[in-house]
Design a protein around this ligand. Structure first.
Ligand SMILES: [Zn+2]
Length: 202
């Protein structure tokens, strides 16, 4: 009786021993597939915020200090709204400061790991006409897109794949994240918005 019980337990014990984590010293620098914004402390959020962005569509590029001592710096905010404008529709609209915070947080967080490349803004604000045109062309766009109210951006960061970038933005728990996987040299993009917390693949 005892022997058979031991015989049944033995493989389990061996399995556990193999699965047990190694007692390596805690590594404070996670690999890029473990980015988690919940690790951030208050110090991170009170620092001055400089956002570095490019618009591949128009070739524009800017690095702007837009928030300091708890306040948005209006001139820089206006420039960021212009950069996130509808390039096709040639229209600028107010961008939700919470979206800028999400973009800045993403950039500032990865900068801690030596990644200081600008955020590529593929799409920011969209006029209803531009959004309708995308739908007609069969390009993924929602009929009531948050892009039309300045609460969404489609972004890419060179050297970060969709999974890692999307996972990081998701970890802020500040809105929706859409994963757009595409093959090709530049890969896909991530849709980030300040609407309800949700995720999807497009
Ligand atoms: Zn989008």
């Amino acid at each position: 009786m005892r022997l058979s019980a031991l015989g049944a337990l033995a493989p389990t014990l061996i399995g556990q021993a193999q699965a047990a984590p190694q007692s390596a010293p805690a590594d404070l620098t996670p690999p890029p597939d473990l980015f988690d914004a919940q690790l951030l402390d208050l110090d991170f959020w009170v620092k001055p915020r400089t956002l570095s962005v490019t618009r591949p569509q128009s070739g524009e590029r800017a690095k702007l200090l837009y928030w300091k001592d708890g306040e948005v710096i209006d001139s820089a905010y206006q420039q960021l709204c212009h950069l996130l404008r509808d390039v096709n529709g040639r229209e600028t609209a107010p961008i939700d400061p919470k979206l800028l915070e999400m973009l800045w947080g993403t950039q500032a967080f990865i900068a801690r790991y030596g990644m200081d490349q600008p955020l590529e803004i593929l799409s920011g604000y969209r006029t209803p006409a531009s959004n309708a045109r995308l739908l007609e062309q069969g390009i993924p766009a929602a009929r009531k897109s948050l892009h039309m109210v300045g609460k969404a951006a489609d972004i890419r960061v060179a050297s970060l794949n969709e999974e890692v970038l999307g996972g990081l933005i998701r970890s802020f728990r500040q809105g929706g994240v859409g994963y757009y996987y595409r093959s090709g040299p530049k890969g896909g993009w991530i849709h980030a918005d300040t609407g309800l917390n949700r995720t999807w693949k497009g």
